[in-house]
Design a protein around this ligand. Structure first.
Ligand code: KIV
Length: 277
């Protein structure tokens, strides 16, 4: 094989589907999920063997520099999802429906989900919330679109919470979360993200469901884990919550590389004889 395209075509990859994810739960195999928003990173993550790539509305923070996930638009999410889908060979691609494009009613929610599926080629959508959005989940699922739920700390509701602290530490909120998880399962969701809740609660919820849970700050008993790529790769170094394991310090490595490049340009060390025509 000489060219990348041929090499890519020859890779014997078994594509991950929502079915695969459900079978992984049954087999007790943990599910790995990471966010990505562009072609180049998605390609690396897919080739590394990640199970699910989430085109998260955290793009609003890490790609666009907003302080919350609220400003990102459906068109912008579709653009990010299209770029990620072009890189996909194996992973299941989940795209967030952004704030304002599903909360009003189930017709609007379905229209948004259809736009994401049709225009980006993502395989499933993710929505935040429980009972409040259950009609939308049913409607989207009945149109043949798989839905991933998202409970606990739901960043689109930051203005209601007022803070990003751990959720559902009180009984009333924990009870609602348990009920919401069951409602989402009954409505046809294929998996649920549990964000920043006590590990004991996530353990109970994960045991009570036949669909998998994917945790972020929700402990080791979830059926899988998700991290935001900029946090785990150490690009965004100011964000250091307890749950985050930082696997690289890309911020430092990139800074060193750029400073070396600046120095080489200024000193006319770059380009040298072999780097010119
Ligand atoms: O948008 C996102 O990145 C997410 C994860 C935090 C689960 O929803």
């Amino acid at each position: 094989m000489t060219d990348n395209k041929e090499a890519k075509e020859s890779r014997d990859v078994k594509k991950v589907t929502t079915n695969t994810i459900q079978k992984m739960k049954q087999a007790g195999e943990k599910i790995s999920m990471i966010t990505a928003y562009d072609y180049s990173f998605a390609r690396i993550f897919d080739e590394a063997g990640i199970d699910i790539i989430l085109v998260g509305d955290s793009a609003s923070n890490v790609m666009a520099g907003h302080t919350t996930t609220l400003p990102i638009t459906l068109d912008q999410m579709i653009y990010h999802a299209q770029s990620v889908v072009r890189a996909r060979e194996r992973a299941l691609i989940v795209a967030d429906i952004p704030f304002g494009y599903y909360q009003s009613n189930s017709e609007i929610a379905l229209a948004s989900a259809i736009r994401i599926m049709k225009e980006s080629g993502a395989h499933t959508v993710k929505l935040e919330g429980g009972e409040e959005i259950i009609d939308s989940v049913k409607k989207i699922v009945s149109a043949g679109i798989p839905v991933m739920g998202h409970l606990g700390l739901t960043p689109q509701s930051i203005n209601k919470f007022g803070t990003y602290v751990v959720r559902a530490t009180e009984k009333a909120e924990a009870d609602k979360l348990k009920k919401d998880a069951l409602l989402l399962q009954e409505a046809g969701a294929f998996a649920i993200v549990l964000e920043k809740i006590p590990a004991s609660l996530a353990k109970g919820v994960s045991k009570s469901l036949s669909i998998p849970t994917i945790g972020i700050g929700a402990g080791k008993f979830c059926d899988g884990q998700v991290l935001v790529m900029h946090d785990m790769l150490g690009i965004n170094v100011e964000f250091k919550p307890r749950f985050l394991r930082q696997y690289l310090n890309l911020n430092e490595q990139i800074t060193n590389a750029i400073q070396k490049y600046i120095k080489d340009v200024k000193s006319v060390d770059f380009p040298n004889e072999s780097e010119q025509y």
